[in-house]
Design a protein around this ligand. Structure first.
Ligand code: ADP
Ligand code: NA
Length: 350
């Protein structure tokens, strides 16, 4: 079986928000005690959103500082940025030749981001999931903590690994580089693991504070729609006070949130920050109005986020340290990546 290894990435595009923190980064921190982890600032991915940047390197440093400020240990684990390890692009190209266009066309993120003028979207945006599969499989990672929105991309990563393992099964056997693994009921053999997503908990999908039908996102034009990791206490309180809600009191049971997306979202945020279930939040606040719940949520958010923001500013100020972390992480990631690619080139016959 494969040794457990965690991989995940965050794009250096705009401010990190509460959805990124609760859906992803907080999980990155929690997984550190159980497994070896590789956390990557995926700067190559960010080119699909914006090709010309004037501050890409600073954005990369800022995400790195957020990882470190949240508690990721760059000595025990690996923190680096994707473009430093060219093997990501090399494996992505091979996966472009493994994956089918039909698979990519089905991706809801591509449809959302490409909009109506799909013919004019970049080829990179279409191939985004292939690069993501390369990020993960380059380290033969077994577990990937992400928000709910990445679920479909992780299924595609599994499909790519499976197709590669099948297409090259004879070569993999001849070279003796296959590993036996359990996939559901079946025992299969392959060079790449069939990666497990780590998604779930009350905060797997944090919604916009202004519209309960849209996810909280870096690209939402309304700053009131999201809480940024670097917002100060007054801004956090204001955004929660202005968050869209309905006029009803909070229900006593989770079932009562069913058709109340805005209420459910705020309860989920509270649960994620407090590390309790939604049911436990409702035990405490069921029957209360938002005029009581919102200030409590604002206090909790400030209590949890302010220390991270302060630490992030301190770390960002020490540019030499951040650059040294990325350099060291890049060297260690690069060695692992090259070892995988040597085998992949052998398998393919390159
Ligand atoms: P964004 O989606 O904000 O542009 P990224 O694509 O870099 O950011 O995502 C970084 C991580 O944050 C991913 O694991 C993603 O699933 C997670 N994430 C993004 N938005 C949310 C959200 N609203 N709720 C929960 N997790 C989220
Ligand atoms: Na995303």
């Amino acid at each position: 079986a494969f040794k457990p290894l965690v991989f995940s990435g965050v794009q250096p595009t705009g401010n990190l928000h509460l959805g990124n923190y609760l859906g992803a980064i907080k999980k990155f921190v929690a997984l550190q005690d159980q497994s070896d982890c590789i956390y990557c600032v995926v700067d190559l991915h960010s080119l699909t959103a914006q090709l010309v940047h004037d501050d890409l390197a600073d954005q990369t440093r800022s995400i790195t500082a957020a990882f470190l400020a949240s508690g990721i240990d760059p000595k025990k684990h690996i923190v680096f940025n994707q473009s430093r390890v060219m093997q990501h692009a090399e494996l992505a190209w091979i996966f472009n030749c493994v994956a089918r266009i039909g698979w990519m066309n089905k991706m809801t993120q591509f449809k959302d981001k490409a909009g109506k003028d799909r013919e004019n979207a970049s080829l990179g945006l279409l191939a985004y999931p292939s690069l993501m599969a390369a990020d993960i499989l380059l380290y033969r990672a077994t577990h990937v903590p992400v928000g709910e929105d990445q679920k479909q991309h992780l299924e595609l990563t599994r499909d790519i690994a499976q197709k590669f393992n099948n297409d090259f099964s004879d070569r993999i056997a001849a070279l003796g580089v296959g590993v036996e693994m359990q996939v559901g009921e079946e025992t299969v053999n392959g060079y790449f693991p069939i990666t497990e997503p780590v998604i779930g908990g009350p905060a797997a999908r944090i919604m916009s504070l202004r519209d309960g039908s849209k996810k909280m996102s870096k690209s939402d034009p309304s700053d009131l729609s999201r809480i940024n990791l670097t917002d100060d206490a007054d801004t956090i309180s204001k955004k929660i006070r202005k968050a869209k809600t309905d006029p009803e009191a909070l229900p006593g049971e989770v079932d009562g949130l069913a058709s109340r997306p805005e209420a459910e979202n705020l309860v989920g945020i509270y649960a994620g920050l407090a590390e309790i279930s939604k049911a436990d939040v409702l035990k405490e606040f069921g029957g209360q109005q938002f005029s009581v719940f919102k200030p409590a949520l604002a206090d909790l958010a400030v209590e949890k986020l302010a220390p991270i923001a302060g630490e992030m500013r301190r770390i960002e100020g020490d540019r030499a340290y951040v650059d040294a972390v990325l350099k060291d992480g890049g060297e260690r990631a690069g060695a692992l990546a090259e070892s995988t690619m040597r085998t992949v080139r052998d398998i393919i016959g390159l």
